[in-house]
Design a protein around this ligand. Structure first.
Ligand SMILES: C[S@@+](CC[C@H](N)C(=O)[O-])C[C@H]1O[C@@H](n2cnc3c(N)ncnc32)[C@H](O)[C@@H]1O
Length: 151
């Protein structure tokens, strides 16, 4: 198992959490803004990250090229929300006891940084990258998980 993130802080957290199940994991963490080159994987998970990456087509292509045939790709993205869904998401956060100021401040922090696509655009992107079998395995209030297989 390997991990990639552009933030050293996040890698430290990942190393601390996963060293409980794999003591060598911290040595296989890479700080990088691009996907690793010249490595092959059976499965790749990319959760809540691709929506921050500007060159998302290139990043996805590098993921695709690094997978073995029949390899698995699990992607979770925040997708474009309608006003109805956004309102439900705000209610969800309020139920988690977040204040309106905290909710608004988080929204402003992500503006211009997180670039969500619609579910349809994500499906098109994954198809254009070359994935053949694409399924939605989880979806809630604009957070969607896609399960994709490389042909
Ligand atoms: C919401 S966090 C998700 C973290 C982790 N994937 C998880 O499931 O807990 C988003 C992560 O995207 C990372 N990130 C943003 N731009 C990136 C890039 N170009 N390459 C790699 N990671 C990036 C951030 O550092 C942050 O850790």
């Amino acid at each position: 198992m390997f991990g990639i993130d552009s933030s050293q802080e996040m890698l430290k957290v990942a190393g601390k959490n996963l060293s409980k199940v794999d003591k060598d994991f911290p040595s296989r963490l890479f700080q990088s803004k691009t996907f690793v080159q010249n490595m092959t994987f059976n499965a790749i998970l990319c959760n809540w990250t691709l929506h921050f990456i500007k060159e998302r087509e290139k990043y996805l292509k590098d993921i695709f090229d690094s997978l073995i045939s029949k390899g698995l790709f699990i992607l979770t993205e925040k997708t474009l929300q309608s006003q109805i869904t956004e309102n439900q998401y705000i209610l969800f956060k309020q139920n988690k006891r977040l204040s309106n100021e905290e909710i608004e401040s988080k929204k402003q922090q992500l503006e211009g940084v997180l670039h969500p696509l619609s579910v349809t655009q994500n499906l098109e992107l994954l198809t254009n990258t070359g994935f053949s079998q694409i399924e939605i395995i989880n979806a809630r209030l604009g957070f969607v998980t896609f399960l994709c297989i490389k042909p």
